[in-house]
Design a protein around this ligand. Structure first.
Ligand SMILES: [Zn+2]
Length: 84
């Protein structure tokens, strides 16, 4: 039974994820058809917990870096790739 994956992030976060996927996609494609999806695309359609985990860590990354290295927190840029 297929599970529905729900995006719980913002539009900007979705765009950042799409940019990261574009950079790291390894899908097998022939004549515009996907023959074998890559691990990243498979995760997006199969693993709600992993998708939520990516969002959680993206939001926590600036705070963790600030706490660990005494760096001022910054808001991620729209096109900044996800830290995976
Ligand atoms: Zn892919």
């Amino acid at each position: 039974m297929a599970r529905r994956i729900t995006w719980n992030g913002t539009t900007d976060e979705a765009i950042a994820l799409l940019h990261a996927l574009r950079e790291h996609c390894a899908c097998e494609v022939a004549n515009g058809r996907t023959l074998a999806p890559c691990a990243a695309h498979s995760m997006l359609v199969q693993d709600q917990r992993a998708v939520d985990g990516l969002l959680f860590m993206r939001r926590m990354a600036a705070r963790l870096l600030a706490e660990e290295f005494d760096v001022p927190q910054q808001v991620p840029l729209i096109h900044e790739p996800l830290l995976v």
